[in-house]
Design a protein around this ligand. Structure first.
Ligand code: UT7
Length: 311
């Protein structure tokens, strides 16, 4: 049986910082409201960079740390919900930029749970023998689909990308995924129409995330055969500190590291989990081989989680 594992990670964020005070100049809001309700201090907003540019930059860093070359990569999967350019897809744009000549290459959209879905899909491809070395990316330019006059959304969303190189392995470095959705609640987050903007029923998503998701996060651990207390870290989708902290508490593992990248980066949808994990790896906060629970959730409403071994 072939398994897969994450070999290396990389991330990219635009250089332009948008602070809460900057936003207070644009809409009727203030630093106190944003920090106390969402936990965000600042976020990064792209200027000329496209989703594909950011995805490529993150992938380039992940590939550089993997010991592999572009010629070794046979699959590129990009999770994104915000790419304005529809065709060629983001995955083939990344492949072209990195000199990966003939990979399987596709984009996948499950909004904020996208990276966990994409990682599971690459894991399945490797387990099935369809791939040996994949690059899995979460990349978003949410600033393109944000209504900058709507204070209920413009203080939350941001831009960035994170990537993982995933390779075949004799040991299980990525557990079977727990994935699912609640289509009846789909109206709670919408990006619709010809000039789409993100609109959400914040309270509906908030209640769902804090009441329904904790037991699913525990179930994702059970599927991996790992007790929450055995985890080294928990990297949930970086939506809101007031969602991340109760989710972490309800895991019943008070000593593990909990990613809180939302404070510095805002909500970057499918990019949030790989960016947060990449930063923890870069800072060497998690020992190599230690188990980490990834748990994505958001538009759809969709969710997905798996336990990965830290590269
Ligand atoms: O990642 C995609 C999935 N989405 C999520 O996970 C989002 C989940 N939901 C949330 O994170 C929270 O519901 C929000 C951060 C979106 C909103 O926080 P909330 O505590 O649920 O606030 P609220 O919508 O209940 O609004 C409370 C008050 C309202 O004023 P009134 O009606 O009480 O007078 C809003 O108009 O806060 C007002 N408000 C603001 N005030 C200052 C809303 N946005 C702002 C703002 N600045 N930016």
């Amino acid at each position: 049986m072939t398994f897969s594992r994450i070999v290396s990670m990389g991330h990219y964020q635009p250089s332009r910082v948008l602070t809460n005070d900057d936003l207070a100049q644009m809409v009727d809001t203030n630093d106190e409201w944003i920090q106390s309700r969402v936990g965000i201090k600042e976020r990064r907003i792209a200027d000329s960079e496209t989703v594909a540019d950011m995805a490529s930059a993150a992938a380039e860093k992940a590939l550089a740390g993997s010991g592999l070359s572009a010629a070794d990569i046979d699959l590129v999967v990009v999770a994104t919900t915000s790419s304005i350019d529809r065709c060629p897809n983001v995955a083939t744009r990344v492949a072209k930029k990195l000199g990966i000549t003939a990979p399987g290459a596709f984009d996948l959209n499950t909004a904020c749970s996208g990276f966990s879905y994409a990682l599971a899909t690459a894991d399945h491809a490797i387990r099935a023998g369809a791939s040996k070395n994949a690059i899995v990316i979460g990349a978003e330019k949410l600033s393109d689909i944000t209504d900058w006059t709507d204070r209920t959304t413009c203080v939350i969303f941001a831009d960035g990308a994170g990537a993982a190189v995933v390779s075949a392995s004799d040991t299980e470095g990525i557990s079977p995924v727990l994935w699912g959705s609640e289509p009846d609640k789909g109206d709670a987050v919408v990006i619709e129409g010809w000039r789409p903007y993100i609109q959400q029923a914040g309270q509906t998503v908030f209640r769902w995330a804090t009441f329904s998701l904790p037991k699913l996060a525990v179930e994702a651990c059970e599927r991996a055969g790992v007790k929450p207390q055995e985890l080294a870290a928990f990297v949930p989708h970086q939506a809101n500190l007031r969602i991340i902290e109760p989710l972490a508490r309800k895991l019943g593992a008070p000593d593990i590291i909990v990613a809180r990248d939302v404070v510095e980066s805002g909500n970057t949808s499918a990019a949030s989990i790989p960016m947060a994990l990449s930063k923890l790896v870069e800072r060497r906060e998690i020992p190599s081989g230690a188990p980490v629970l990834l748990f994505g959730f958001g538009g759809g409403l969709t969710y997905a989680g798996q336990v990965v071994r830290c590269p």
